[in-house]
Design a protein. Structure first.
Length: 253
């Protein structure tokens, strides 16, 4: 009798916890577990595909094409999964989901600013490992297309890390081997400007021009009549035209 009265007096004071109530109050535990399980399945499948299955193909060229195709499919699958997961979470609890997304977005802002431009660059496959590239004053060989940055090894054997967001805001140039470059001799009238200053500035202008391929010497010289002769290099005729217009604008300034 005393034990029963003691239990009855404690029960109102000590709250009871029922895990089944969690789903009613917010996000369903079962839903979260299912989403995590699906994400692990997707990750595991593509990991095994790229690590063990694709290397079994006959040629290295076929392997590269298959890896690119697998990467593009993986991106689409993850985007669809993210869309479905967010929809399901919003359905379960719009406020908790909105709060979680806001926290993830703010905490990882710099990561997402580099991740998505990098994803687009890797999916486009415009640049490959060991390509000769140039970005601003950095020029060298493409070492790696990382998750958030591009790795370039310069001619001085320095390793440069460039965030993708900077590449999306500026021009990232793919250079060609010197044997494949096109050249053009530009002849411009310099007027009353100092010839020595113009000749000294040509090298700097060429390094500033995003379409020009700098060389050890561009043979800039002043000829009678105030004519500037300079040889420029680029990867194609279109780029050569852009280099010529760039140099013309610099001379007129």
């Amino acid at each position: 009798m005393k034990l029963d009265s003691l239990n009855s007096s404690i029960n109102p004071v000590v709250p009871s916890f029922d895990v089944s109530q969690w789903g009613d109050a917010g996000l369903g535990v079962n839903m979260v577990i299912v989403l995590i399980a699906f994400s692990l399945v997707i990750f595991g499948f593509f990991y095994l595909l790229k690590k063990y299955m694709l290397p079994l193909l006959d040629s290295s060229k076929a392997i590269k094409k298959a890896k690119l195709l697998a990467f593009r499919i993986e991106v689409v699958v993850w985007l669809l999964f993210a869309l479905i997961a967010i929809t399901q979470l919003f359905t379960a609890s719009i406020w908790i989901t909105a709060g979680l997304l806001a926290v993830i977005g703010l905490v990882g802002l710099n990561f997402w600013r580099d991740f998505f431009p990098g994803l687009l660059l890797r999916v486009s496959n415009k640049f490959k490992i060991n390509d000769l590239v140039r970005f601003d004053e950095h020029s060298g060989k493409l070492e790696k297309l990382g998750v958030t940055s591009v790795h370039i090894k310069t001619d001085e054997e320095e390793l440069i890390y460039i965030p993708y967001r900077k590449i999306s805001d500026n021009i990232f140039v793919k250079r060609q081997a010197k044997g494949k470059l096109m050249s053009s001799k530009i002849i411009l009238q310099i007027g009353s400007k100092d010839p020595d200053m113009i000749v000294d500035s040509v090298s700097e202008w060429i390094h500033q021009c995003p379409w020009a391929i700098p060389q050890a010497t561009n043979n800039a010289s002043i000829h009678p009549g105030g004519l500037l002769h300079v040889t420029v290099y680029a990867i194609d005729s279109v780029s050569l035209g852009k280099v010529e217009r760039f140099i013309q604008e610099k001379v007129r300034q």
